[in-house]
Design a protein around this ligand. Sequence first.
Ligand code: COS
Length: 380
Amino acid sequence: METETRDQLLDALKRFVDERLIPLEAQVAETDAIPADALAEMRALGLFGLSIPEEHGGLGLSMEDECRAMFEFCRCSPAFRSAFGTNVGIGSQGLVMFGTEAQKQKWLPGIASGEIVTSFALTEPEAGSDSASVRTKAEMRGDHYVLNGNKRYITNANRASLFTVMARTDPSQKGGAGVSAFLVPRDSEGLSVGKPEKKMGQQGAHICDVNFDNVKVPLDMRLGEEGQGFKVAMQVLDKGRLHISSVCVGVAERLIEESVKYAAERKQFGQAIANFQMIQAMLADSRAEANAGRAMVLDAARKRDAGENVVLEASACKLFCSEMVGRVADRAVQIFGGAGYTADHGVERFYRDVRLFRIYEGSSEIQRLVIAREMMKRGG
Ligand code: COS
């Protein structure tokens, strides 16, 4: 995308967030739902297709531009991002990277427009961080596979019409080598979705169990080669981790804006608390850390756009940015003081919302493990 067009998109996102979404935040948290008209406007802005190639109906943003879009968009409650996040990231990228031309033509235009919502079904009750240990089985029977098993905490499962499912095709292999990826439509017989979980934060974004009871999947719905599914998942997650890092930077920006505004308005000891050095130190630390996060995300995104291997960089961004936004949110609550602990201001809600970033799409512990393994391979 041309820089000028990209900048127009970023301006449009900023206005949309300020004028439409921020005013809806409290309602979304209260009702655990994003209003249908806001979702329709998000679709009209092209948000569901940010990363889908233009020839398949999306905006075809580079990783760098996708991250810049998230810096802008994620100045609002993360639940809004989650509504289209699976379509932009983990729910579509397996198809973009590994799909056949026929699969892409069939599914990507609907994903780009938001008519189809996608979900990524990797996690299971016994396969969280150890994602190579999936037990969901896919047995080949003639011209189709039969899937059986349970998936857990699947984002957007209750709204999804297409799942990317990781299932074991070779039970003799215990690790990732026996796993394959499949595209499974929601209306497949035997596929059922559980109730949304009650969560600590991010109300308006939903996660559910997904169960497969003898679900028939035609051979041409396999994504990539048999046994390649774990690598599909890992490469999808590399991109997803960069995306989430940019989300963390966006949320941090919002919390910094709120903190500066409040510190300038709130008076104690006869003056604005922004004049006190201990408040200034918190603001300065948050600004320096958010700038560092932004810079490392852009650097890693540009490397990915240039075709470099960014396994280490994506995990380093996810580790740093998710922990960074946790500290920024903690300082925001501290700067707001008693008011920050009440539900009258959004900061306590953001404090709960951002806790998830250190857990999903690979916990901080897993990111450290991935970084260290890559360091051993690269020699530094
Ligand atoms: N890109 C391409 N291939 C990759 C890869 C990547 N980023 N990461 C791993 N692989 C390959 C490895 O090269 C290896 O291939 P070979 O068998 O051909 O050598 C294979 O996949 C298995 O990898 P590895 O041995 O590293 O698997 P482990 O089970 O030891 O560890 C971790 C994998 C822990 C890193 C992985 O399970 C993980 O990321 N867990 C967190 C899962 C997660 O993020 N869940 C969030 C849920 S989805 S929202």
